[in-house]
Design a protein around this ligand. Structure first.
Ligand code: FAD
Ligand code: AMP
Length: 479
C-alpha cells in the first residue's frame, strides 16, 4: 500500500481533471487515475471531450465552416477566390494537433499543481481504497480520504447498426473520416448527429439524418427547433423524422444499406458511410467492486444527491456518469463543487442555469426554461424576440439568420429562459447565463448598456421587446 491521498479522482475527462486540479489548489494531496493510453502506453488525459468529443468536433466544424463560407459567401464581400478546395487529411491532421496540444497541456497542469497521475484502470474497493491496474498488468492499491468517480460515458450502440470498420462509425470514427464521402447516413438527429452531419454537408456530401422521434429537437424551445429545421433544410441536410432504423447490410464491402420504418412503411437508403449518433451511456464497467457501497440508478448512472455524494461515505461522482445533462461544463463545475466541499467549503452548482449549445451554423443555444415548459408548468410569462437581421453588425458580417428570445415571469419580471439561433450564439449565450445566474430581470438587461455595433444588441432588444419597447423593430405589444 502506497501513501494515503486526501483525494483520488478516477477519470481524467473534463470532470475528473478539473476536480483534481481544484482539489490540489485547495492544498489536498491528490491523485488522478486514467486508463486511456496512447500507442506508446502513456496516459491520455482529457477524456471524451478533448480526444473524441467537444474539441475535435469543433475543430472540424470551424474548418468546414470557413471552407463553405469562402466558397458560398466570399463573393458577397467582393472577394474573388476562384476554385476553393478542401484537403481533408490536412483538416483532420490540424484537428489531431489541437487535441495533442490540449491533452499535453493537462499533463503540464497536473505537474504545476502537484497532482499525481496514476496510469491504469481504477476500481473502487470498500473503505475508499482504489485498485489501479496499469496497462502493463501491474496492480497497486491506494488509499484516500475521499474518492471522486468521474468515469464519463461511452457511445450507445444499437443492434440494427453494429459498428463496422470504416463504414459504420461511432462518434470517434466519425471524427477521423479522411475522404469526403458522396453519401453519408446519420442515425439520430441529436447534438452529435447534427454537428457531424453539418461537417460533411458543407463539403458537398449528401447527408441523410434518420431520427426515430417525430419531434425535431424536442428539448429545445419550439421557436429554436422550427427555425433550425428551416435553416438545415436550406443547407441540404435531409432530416427524416419518425424514421426508426431497423437494420443495416454491408454491400460489396464498401457501401451500407440502411433499412428504416416511418409512418409510410419500410424504406431503405444506401450510403458510403453511416454514423451512429443515438446517444451516450454512463461508463461504469469494472469501476466498482461489488461491496464498494456505491449504487447505480435504474438507468445505470451512478446514484448521487444534489451535492454529488454517492451512497458510500466520502465517495462522490460527477459528470456524464451521473444524472443531468451530458456536457463538459456541467462535469467540470460538479468537479469544482465537490473539491470545494471536500476542502470544507460550501460548493456551488446551479443546475437551473446550465447552457446548451449545438455548434451548427447558425448555432443553437439556450439556458433556462423553454416556452413549452413554462406553459406546462402553468407559469404566466412574457416573451420578447428580436431577429439578427435587424442588427447592423450581423448585416456587416453577412450572418443575419436567427434571433434571440427572452422569456420572463409576467409578475416578477425575472428572466426564466433565453433561447437563440445565430452565428455566434455560443458566445452570446454566456451573457444570458450571467444574467440568469445573477437572477436578473428583463429590466436589468433593458438598463444595461450594450456596445454598438455588436450582435449582443439583439439580446438587449429582445429584453426590451418583452415589454413592447424594442427600438429597432416594430413591437407587437405597445408599452
Ligand atoms: P469523459 O470525458 O468521458 O471522461 C472520463 C474519463 O474517465 C475517460 O478519459 C476514461 O478513459 C476515464 N475512465 C473511465 N473509467 C475509468 C476507470 N475505471 N479507471 C480509469 N479511468 C477511467 N459537451 C459539451 O459541453 N460541449 C460540446 O461541444 C460537446 N461536444 C461533444 C461532441 C462529441 C462528438 C461527443 C461524443 C461529446 C461531446 N460533448 C460535448 C460531451 C462531453 O464530451 C462530455 O459531456 C464530457 O466529456 C463528460 O466529461 P466526463 O469527465 O464526465 O467524462
Ligand atoms: P442525443 O441523445 O441527443 O445524442 O440524440 C440521439 C437521438 O437518436 C435521439 O433523438 C433518438 O431518438 C435517436 N435514435 C435512437 N435510436 C434510433 C434508431 N434506431 N433510429 C433512429 N433514431 C434513433
Amino acid at each position: 500500500m502506497s501513501d494515503k491521498f486526501d483525494v483520488i479522482v478516477i477519470g481524467a475527462g473534463p470532470g475528473g481533471y478539473v476536480a483534481a486540479i481544484r482539489a490540489a489548489q485547495l492544498g489536498l494531496k491528490t491523485a488522478c487515475v486514467e486508463k486511456w493510453v496512447d500507442d506508446k502506453g502513456a496516459a491520455v488525459l482529457g477524456g471524451t471531450c478533448l480526444n473524441v468529443g467537444c474539441i475535435p468536433s469543433k475543430a472540424l466544424l470551424e474548418s468546414t465552416h470557413k471552407f463553405h463560407d469562402a466558397k458560398a459567401h466570399a463573393n458577397v464581400h467582393g472577394i474573388q477566390v476562384g476554385d476553393v478546395t478542401m484537403d481533408v487529411p490536412q483538416m483532420v491532421a490540424r484537428k489531431n494537433q489541437i487535441v495533442k496540444n490540449l491533452t499535453s497541456g493537462i499533463t503540464g497542469l497536473f505537474k504545476a499543481n502537484g497532482v499525481t497521475l496514476l496510469q491504469g484502470m481504477g476500481k473502487l474497493l470498500p473503505g475508499k481504497q482504489v485498485e489501479v491496474t496499469a496497462a502493463d498488468g501491474s496492480v497497486s492499491v491506494h488509499e484516500a480520504e475521499n474518492v471522486i468517480l468521474a468515469s464519463g460515458s461511452v457511445p450507445v450502440e444499437i443492434p440494427p447498426a453494429p459498428l463496422t470498420e470504416g463504414l459504420i462509425l461511432d462518434n470517434a470514427g466519425a471524427l477521423d473520416i479522411e475522404e469526403t464521402p458522396k453519401r453519408l447516413g446519420v442515425i439520430g438527429a441529436g447534438v452529435i448527429g447534427l454537428e457531424m452531419g453539418s461537417v460533411w454537408a458543407r463539403l458537398g456530401t449528401e447527408v441523410t439524418v434518420l431520427e426515430a422521434m417525430d419531434d425535431f429537437l424536442a428539448a429545445a424551445d419550439k421557436d429554436v427547433a422550427k427555425e433550425a429545421a428551416k435553416l438545415f433544410k436550406k443547407q441540404n441536410l435531409d432530416i427524416r423524422l419518425g424514421a426508426r432504423v431497423t437494420g443495416t447490410e454491408i454491400l460489396d464491402g464498401k457501401e451500407v444499406l440502411v433499412r428504416y420504418t416511418d409512418s409510410e412503411g419500410d424504406k431503405e437508403i444506401v450510403v458510403d458511410k453511416l454514423i451512429v449518433a443515438v446517444g451516450r451511456r454512463p461508463q461504469t464497467q469494472g469501476l466498482l467492486s461489488a461491496d464498494s457501497g456505491v449504487k447505480l440508478d435504474e438507468r445505470g448512472f451512478i446514484f448521487v444527491d444534489e451535492h454529488c455524494r454517492t451512497d458510500a461515505p466520502g465517495v462522490y461522482a460527477i459528470g456524464d456518469s451521473v444524472r443531468g445533462p451530458m456536457l463538459a461544463h456541467k462535469a467540470s463545475e460538479e468537479g469544482i463543487m465537490v473539491a470545494d466541499i471536500i476542502a470544507g467549503q460550501h460548493g456551488h452548482m446551479n443546475y437551473d442555469v446550465i447552457p446548451n449549445i449545438i455548434y451548427t451554423h447558425p448555432e443553437l443555444a439556450w439556458v433556462g426554461k423553454t416556452e413549452q415548459q413554462l406553459k406546462a408548468d402553468g407559469v404566466k410569462y412574457k416573451a420578447g424576440k428580436f431577429p439578427f437581421a435587424a442588427t447592423g453588425r450581423a448585416m456587416a458580417a453577412n450572418d443575419t439568420d436567427g434571433f434571440v428570445k427572452v422569456l420572463a415571469c409576467e409578475e416578477t419580471d425575472r428572466i426564466l429562459g433565453i433561447h437563440m439561433v445565430g452565428g455566434v450564439a455560443s458566445e452570446l449565450i454566456g451573457q444570458a447565463v450571467i444574467a440568469m445566474e445573477f437572477c436578473s430581470s428583463t429590466e436589468d438587461l433593458q438598463m444595461t448598456i450594450f456596445a454598438h455595433p455588436t450582435v449582443s444588441e439583439a439580446l438587449h432588444e429582445a429584453a426590451l421587446a418583452a415589454d413592447g419597447r424594442a427600438i429597432h423593430m416594430a413591437n407587437r405589444k405597445k408599452r
